[in-house]
Design a protein around this ligand. Structure first.
Ligand code: FEO
Ligand code: CA
Ligand code: CA
Length: 686
């Protein structure tokens, strides 16, 4: 039975699970060096859902100015520790990657592939912390950290790598020749992708990993994953190697993520099309109309940008035409069950998933909010059929297999509707439209959403419900293709209006916006909502600085106009470009990390903005990241004293031979992505 949010006690259920799966001795052994701190009750799931977060006092923050150097810069009063870099060991007895060896490719052999499978992967992205131990004063000192490894910058790993990530024919030919000459390169890249589950602890000198701790595992582009939900067994997902469509090898392109109230990790498969080749020629030659339609809204390219199809036939769509349809899902991983396979939860739809963040409804059902990160794509929500039971972990295991997937329509009057993506012979998603069952609907979720009239957005990235207010924040990172005037286009078989609208109000939108969505009756299972623009990102020092929401109508705005939730002091507000991942601290402030590739703009960073009170909209910058990197993750420990961030792709834009960054190892060594832990010098909440 579900208990109301105010009575949630995730700790009790977690302790039972912990006792069952992780012996106390194992915990203590793995924590032996964590310092002489008393063991207190663990608090699994605390801080994860509505009603469970207590309002803590937010520490004052003196923001920093935008930066342009190859350095990680923090506001005064803060420090950081390096938690894990690409190549760092996850098991005992491994010294980890020696990046000095990357000057030639002599290291690239079978043993390098095996080693990478046991080491921290490349380009860390989403972060999710699950507490294991706290002090008697409820300070977090040990937990699981789940980390996505989205992709590889091959030009920063391999010597003389050719072709980069470019798509010109010259680049494709160069990449093909290089890849064929390095027979271990693809297997190595596959081993560097996916997810890391590891334990971390806070000692006297800050946070560190615990190599070899119970539950440590790497999930890669070749790890068997269970297909579950309505597309399990669907003929479109069947391959020669898996004719029953039940088990997919691997998860990759894992971007942002999220957590469930029952203590599992959700990882989002995003740019899956970058990994497949010979897709265009396969579609041109096939007589299978259903296959062509299944690929219509996420078309496969002729040439991948990683070259995997040259060495691994699974990524050659001419040889395995349906393999790409098996990717593009939300994948659930249970850090407490290291022998359980990752599960691709197909009920949540197939698109370029950015993340999935959950909230518990008053009746105990759970909503997951999701963005589809491509220009003119949609905002989605999944609502479980059954209620979450904090006392019954087995009951919760497959909650994400049954429920309703919705897509959002934002109306000009500030209201909106969640449109159900449900197969129905009496509705638009019927067999005459190519939807014979719910499996068809989730596999072709974008096409189904088109038919319902969803609102095409400016690249929806992370979507986070506030744990305090329940209001939902949607980061739309940018869309330079947004037009000022009505421009109807036929694209991938859909008629698309490119003109600015009230939810995407700026043409040539290079800096992005954040939308604030309020569910009807504050119920995340609602099918209607109200909404308004929370931020129009950009540089408040240039262009118009708007403070009146009534002035935000589409058609009247320029690309350089900014708006910070009505906050009136232009000089107090930091500039912001391309919001990507979002997070909340325990005091309820919204945190934003950015991914701009604007060469004319300062480095990416981490920002905080209150959503309540007199300071609502006063955005300040906490941190600036090194050259070439974006910032991801944005995950707090439940005590609010630690902020984990991913510094992804430092040095992007350079190569091993012509580097633009040597962060974090310095001394001219190759750059590597890393997770950092930020704390205040005085130990208070971040
Ligand atoms: Fe991988 Fe949408 O950022
Ligand atoms: Ca992202
Ligand atoms: Ca991004």
């Amino acid at each position: 039975m579900f208990k109301p949010p105010s009575n949630h006690n995730f700790s009790a259920s977690f302790d039972a699970v912990l006792a069952e799966r992780v012996s106390r001795r194992q915990l203590l052994t793995s924590a032996a060096a964590a310092g002489a701190v008393g063991l207190a009750t663990t608090s699994w799931g605390a801080n994860m859902a509505a009603g469970t977060t207590t309002r803590a006092t937010a520490a004052p923050l003196q923001g920093i100015a935008p930066q342009t150097g190859d350095a990680l810069v923090l506001a005064a009063g803060y420090r950081h520790s390096l938690l894990a870099r690409w190549g760092d060991p996850l098991q005992r007895g491994d010294a980890g990657l020696r990046t000095a060896a990357l000057r030639t490719n002599d290291w690239l052999d079978d043993s390098a592939v095996d080693a990478q499978q046991q080491r921290f992967g490349t380009n860390c992205d989403a972060l999710a912390y699950f507490p294991l131990r706290r002090t008697r004063r409820n300070q977090d000192i040990q937990g699981y950290l789940c980390v996505n490894h989205e992709y590889v910058n091959a030009e920063l790993v391999f010597a003389d790598y050719a072709g980069g990530r470019r798509s010109s024919m010259n680049a494709v030919e160069a990449r093909r020749a290089w890849t064929l000459a390095q027979p271990h390169s693809v297997a190595w890249m596959q081993a560097a992708h996916g997810v890391t589950v590891m334990q971390v602890r806070r000692g006297m000198r800050g946070w560190s990993t615990i190599p070899g701790a119970v539950g440590t595992r790497r999930i890669t582009a070749n790890t068997p994953c269970d297909l579950s939900g309505p597309a399990r067994g669907h003929p479109l997902l069947a391959t020669a190697a898996d004719p029953r469509a039940t088990t997919v090898l691997g998860t990759f392109a894992n971007c942002a993520g999220g957590k469930t109230p029952w203590g599992t990790y959700l990882t989002a498969e995003e740019n899956i099309d970058d990994y497949f080749g010979r897709g265009a020629s396969m579609l041109a030659s096939t007589a299978d109309g259903a296959l062509v339609e299944a690929y219509r809204r996420i078309p496969p390219p002729q040439h991948s940008i990683y070259g995997w199809e040259y060495l691994d036939p699974r990524f050659d769509l001419q040889r395995n035409p349906q393999e790409m349809l098996r990717h593009g899902w939300i994948v659930e991983i249970d850090p407490l069950s290291p022998d359980d396979p990752p599960r691709k939860r197909t009920a949540l739809g197939r698109f370029k998933h950015e993340g999935a963040n959950t909230r518990i409804a008053p009746d105990g059902r759970v909503a997951a909010y999701m963005g589809d990160d491509e220009i003119f794509e949609y905002v989605y929500k999944f609502v479980t059929r059954d209620a979450f039971d904090p006392g019954d972990r087995a009951h919760n295991r497959d909650l994400l297999d049954h429920g309703t997937l919705y897509v959002a329509r934002f109306d000009a009057d500030g209201t909106g509707a969640w449109l159900p993506l449900v197969h129905d012979e009496n509705g638009p998603l019927n067999s005459r439209a190519g939807f014979h069952n719910q499996g068809d609907v989730v596999i072709k979720a974008r096409g189904a959403a088109d038919l319902l009239g969803a609102t095409p957005m400016d690249r929806p990235e992370d979507i986070e419900p506030s744990p305090l207010t329940g209001r939902v924040y949607i980061a739309c990172t940018k869309n330079a293709e947004r037009e000022a005037n009505e421009t109807l286009t036929l694209l991938s078989g859909r008629y698309l209006e490119l003109a600015a609208n009230t939810a995407n109000p700026r043409p040539d939108n290079r800096s992005g916006q954040v939308i604030e969505l309020i569910e009807t009756a504050d119920d995340p299972t609602a099918t209607s909502f109200s909404w308004h623009v929370f931020l129009l990102a950009g540089d408040p020092a240039t262009g118009r600085f708007l403070t009146d929401a009534a002035t935000l109508a589409a058609g009247s705005l320029a690309a350089t106009d900014t708006y910070f939730a009505g906050y009136a002091e232009r000089a107090d507000v930091s500039r912001l470009h391309c919001p990507d991942n979002l997070g909340f601290d325990p005091s309820g402030r919204l945190w934003i990390v950015t991914d701009s590739d604007g060469k004319d703009w300062p480095n990416n960073g981490c920002y905080v903005v209150p959503t309540e009170g007199a300071e609502r909209g006063r955005l300040r910058q906490l941190m600036s990241a090194p050259t070439g990197s974006e910032v991801c993750g944005c995950e707090f420990t439940p005590d609010g004293r630690t902020l984990f961030l991913s510094i992804q792709h430092p040095g992007e834009g350079g190569t091993l031979e012509q580097p633009v960054s040597d962060w974090p190892d310095r001394g001219g060594l190759p750059p590597r992505a890393a997770v950092i832990a930020i704390e205040r010098d005085d130990g208070r909440s971040v």
